[in-house]
Design a protein around this ligand. Structure first.
Ligand SMILES: COc1nc(N)nc2c1ncn2[C@H]1C[C@H](O)[C@@H](COP(=O)(O)OP(=O)(O)OP(=O)(O)O)O1
Length: 211
C-alpha cells in the first residue's frame, strides 16, 4: 500500500476514544497527530428546531464567550446527561423541551487537563417563553434549504439570517447538518489555542442509521 493509500485508510478509521459501528462521514487535517486523551468530563449542548429554523444562543460570558452555540454546560454530580441538558436549557433559555440525543463528540484542547465528552440534544417543540439570560442571548437562524422540510411555516425561515458558522466553534459545520437532518453521529475534534482563538487541529465524524 502506498503512503497516500495508507493515510487515507487510517483517516477513515475512528480515532482513539471512539468505538462502535460508525460509518466514516468526514475528517480533516488527517496528517496531524491526535492529542493524548485526558480524563473525561461530561457536557451537553441542546438545539431547538422549529419551522425550519434553529435556536442558538450567543454566549455572553465564560467558556466559548462571544460565540453562538446550543444551550448547555457541565453535567453536575448525580445528574444524567439528559437531566443536565434539560436543566441547562431552562437556565440559559428559559424553556422546557422534549430533548432527545442526536449525537456526541469528544473535544480536546491542547494543554487542557480533561477531555470534553459533549452530548448534543435536539427537540422540535418547546414550552415556555424564550428569554435572554445573563449567560446566553437566544436567536433563531434559518436551516439551509437542502435540509429544510415541508412541515412547518417556511416563510418565517426567510425572515432570519443563515446559521453563523463563522461565529461558532470551528468544527460545528462538520456535524450540525447531521443533527438538523436527524442522522445520528459521533466524532472527535482536537483544537489548539492560538492567542485567544481556538483553532481546529484535527477532526473526524461518523454517522449511522440509528442510535
Ligand atoms: C469544538 O468544541 C466545542 N464545540 C461546541 N459546539 N460546543 C462546545 C465545545 N467545547 C465546549 N462546548 C460547549 C459545551 C458546553 O455547552 C459549554 C461549556 O460549558 P460551560 O463551561 O458553559 O458550563 P456551565 O456548566 O454552564 O458553566 P458555568 O455555569 O460555570 O458558566 O461549551
Amino acid at each position: 500500500m502506498s503512503n497516500v493509500e495508507s493515510n487515507l485508510s487510517s483517516s477513515r478509521e475512528p480515532p482513539p476514544g471512539i468505538s462502535g459501528q460508525w460509518v466514516y462521514a468526514n475528517s480533516g487535517n488527517d496528517d496531524q497527530p491526535w492529542l493524548s486523551l485526558e480524563p473525561i468530563k461530561y457536557y451537553t449542548d441542546a438545539y431547538i428546531i422549529q419551522d425550519n429554523k434553529i435556536l442558538l444562543g450567543y454566549k455572553k460570558r465564560g467558556f466559548g464567550k462571544d460565540m453562538y452555540n446550543g444551550f448547555g454546560g457541565k453535567v453536575e454530580p448525580g445528574e444524567t446527561s439528559l437531566e443536565a441538558a434539560n436543566r441547562e436549557l431552562q437556565e440559559e433559555a428559559g424553556i422546557e423541551a422534549p430533548l432527545r440525543l442526536a449525537g456526541s463528540f469528544l473535544f480536546l484542547n491542547e494543554g487542557d487537563d480533561h477531555t470534553f465528552h459533549i452530548d448534543l440534544y435536539r427537540a422540535d417543540e418547546y414550552t415556555g417563553t424564550i428569554s435572554e439570560t445573563d449567560e446566553m442571548r437566544p436567536e433563531w437562524f434559518a436551516i439551509p434549504p437542502e435540509l429544510a422540510t415541508p412541515q412547518g411555516n417556511s416563510n418565517s425561515r426567510e425572515e432570519v439570517p443563515p446559521i453563523p458558522y463563522d461565529e461558532m466553534w470551528g468544527t460545528d459545520h462538520q456535524w450540525l447538518p447531521f443533527l438538523m437532518a436527524g442522522t445520528p453521529f459521533i466524532g472527535r475534534a482536537d483544537f489548539i489555542k492560538e492567542g485567544t482563538k481556538f483553532v481546529p487541529k484535527r477532526w473526524w465524524f461518523g454517522t449511522r442509521d440509528s442510535l
